[in-house]
Design a protein around this ligand. Sequence first.
Ligand code: ZN
Length: 298
Amino acid sequence: MIKKKSVVLCALFFLLLVASAAWFWAAGQRQECNPLCFVPPDRDEAVSFVVLHHFSSSPEDAISNFNKFGFSTHYIIDTEGNVIVIVPEDKIAWHAGVSFWHGEESLNRISIGIELQHDNFGQTPFSKKQIAALKPLLQDIIKRYNIRPENIVGHSDIAPDAKPDPGKAFPWQEFAQDGIGIWYDINDADKMENYSVKELLDIIGYNTKGDDLISSAYAFRRRFLPEQVAYEPDMAMRGNAIFEARFKASSLPKGERAAMLKNVPRIHPEDDGTFLTDPLFIKTLRAVAYSYKKARDN
Ligand SMILES: [Zn+2]
């Protein structure tokens, strides 16, 4: 009888031990959302890129979406110019997704992401306060990591078939004049006459494999010839629809995923690529490629 009682007590004690261990483990897993509810991974490669984005909600909603979908960024700058740190720079943030630039792929591991709040999908001028906050932040990051000007990119540059941000109104030319990123001198165009459109896009850094040639050419126009990119076809909503479809597809088995992604619309509305033969497009592409070639040769 005594023996039986001690066995029961022993079992109860063991159960209590297991239960409290489980409780402590679960408590360790629970993290206050500050602002993220998950812990971003450590970085083990040097930062060599900055990727600019836009988002169209409030910063609070953006953060709640990060927690809902498992995405993140290093910084948010709201329209008032407030800089909010989301992920420390020495951790990896999930902002770039499937991405490519000049031979580098999956840029999250080597980039810092900055999300700019914009109520109109980056189609109308960015707020002065926001630009005034972004410039010194970028200059500081560039200096600290010695980031090359050709590696200051927009999300649409590195994921041209899926992402339209930061949008055609982002003032790339103004930033280049302040030493951030690259602009061009149209008079340099004739120095690159012997290159094809594909070769010129390759020199700049765009992905030109398969269907990505037209997407990349379209992303190029959005950044360097924004007056040629109309609001309607460039709507970020289109990007959101693609994003959602890809997000859904990501949970499917490999075979089904490929089939589903085949039917997902692409970001560029001009699938026939008629703009590829437009003289101003070609001239600008040559001039920009020259600037990038010169920067890389330095
Ligand atoms: Zn983005």
